[in-house]
Design a protein around this ligand. Structure first.
Ligand SMILES: Cc1ncc(COP(=O)(O)O)c(C=O)c1O
Length: 332
């Protein structure tokens, strides 16, 4: 399994920042003709990343988080999410393989067929589920959750929603470094924008940091799909800066620079009625992507992100392109 590109870019991190490869890299890039009106559109396809095509962007975060949990001597990962959490399911699945237990604090979330199926998978995943309903109850239950999942004096390793801690964010740094290598190899032209859904911010933050490290001028266009967290561009940039600080603390070159202030633009106009509530624009983009390019999206994240991309392109707001869409949805 190839080492992460981050270790090649910053060899001084090879020992201090452990990595566990969980998928086949690099993920492919390909053109998507006939979908966007103006810009040349490409996709970097994360859907097959992970075990037997079981993945999406979560697996990239776990490649850094699971070895860190072991490094800390933790036996359990404690994390949180909505009832249909993709993140919680990926964490449960891959942590178990790494010999770690998972405890999940769940809050309510609109329930549709997809969420019901996710819940069945979560129940079968071996994770301990705590149905806490609201954010307030989750916060109040936190001390109890830590003690309940402690092993002797070792507390569980806590990870925020979506795995978007400064360390988890490095997962998307790796995606951006791969894209940089693919541009350098002539597989695609340097994009003006790399477009992604923003659910907890780690993916957009890591992409911005990684694009800078890769020496690309490409900017991140983050389509915010979650209105339960603060996810404007200063917040996402702040996360990218905390990841940069983490790299420096672990021994990276002190001159390593974080992303430029304009590295991320966020858009909130494609949120529709809110997090996990499908939108008409998203559903239209989902149908169009399936018919014209065979790209399979889901309704909470990727459909809304592609809808925004197509609308902004049609309005001439993507600087002519080329534009890369990050396919973060992995079939289960
Ligand atoms: C399919 C999919 N795409 C995109 C995202 C957004 O990534 P992030 O949470 O890092 O913002 C998520 C998770 O939140 C997701 O499940």
């Amino acid at each position: 399994m190839p080492p992460p590109l981050l270790h090649r870019r910053c060899p001084e991190l090879a020992d201090s920042l452990p990595f566990l490869r969980l998928g086949g890299a690099p993920t492919p890039v390909r053109r998507l003709p006939g979908l966007a009106e103006r810009a040349e559109l490409w996709v970097k396809d994360e859907s097959g990343y992970g075990d037997g095509g079981w993945g999406g962007n979560k697996v990239r975060k776990l490649e850094w988080l699971l070895p860190e949990a072991r490094r800390r001597g933790a036996r359990t990962i404690l994390t949180v999410g909505g009832l249909g959490t993709n993140w919680g399911l990926a964490a449960a699945r891959y942590a178990r393989e790494a010999g770690l237990a998972v405890a999940l604090g769940l809050i309510d979330h609109p329930v549709d067929e997809h969420v019901r199926a996710q819940l069945d998978r979560l129940r079968a995943s071996g994770a301990t589920l705590h149905f806490l309903r609201t954010k307030t109850r989750l916060v109040l239950a936190a001390p109890w959750l830590f003690l309940r999942h402690a092993h002797g004096r070792t507390l569980p390793y806590y990870l925020p929603a979506g795995g978007s801690s400064p360390l988890g964010t490095l997962g998307a740094v790796e995606i951006a470094l791969e894209l940089g290598a693919q541009v350098a190899a002539g597989e695609l032209p340097e994009p003006t924008w790399l477009v992604t859904a923003v659910g907890s911010g780690g993916t957009a933050a890591g992409l911005a940091l990684g694009l800078g490290l890769a020496g690309l001028r490409t900017r991140v266009l983050g389509i915010v799909v979650n209105d339960t967290l603060r996810l404007d561009s200063p917040a996402v940039l702040g996360l990218a800066r905390r990841s940069t600080a983490l790299l420096r603390r672990r021994g990276a070159d002190p001159d390593l620079t974080g992303p430029a202030p304009d590295a991320i633009r966020t858009e909130t106009a494609w949120l529709g009625d809110g997090y996990a509530r499908p939108s008409t624009a998203g559903d239209r983009a989902l149908a169009r992507a399936r018919a014209r390019s065979g790209l399979i999206l889901e309704r909470t994240y990727t459909a809304k992100a592609l809808a925004a991309l197509l609308d902004l392109d049609a309005a001439g707001r993507l600087d002519g392109g080329p534009v890369v869409f990050l396919q973060t949805h992995g079939p289960r």
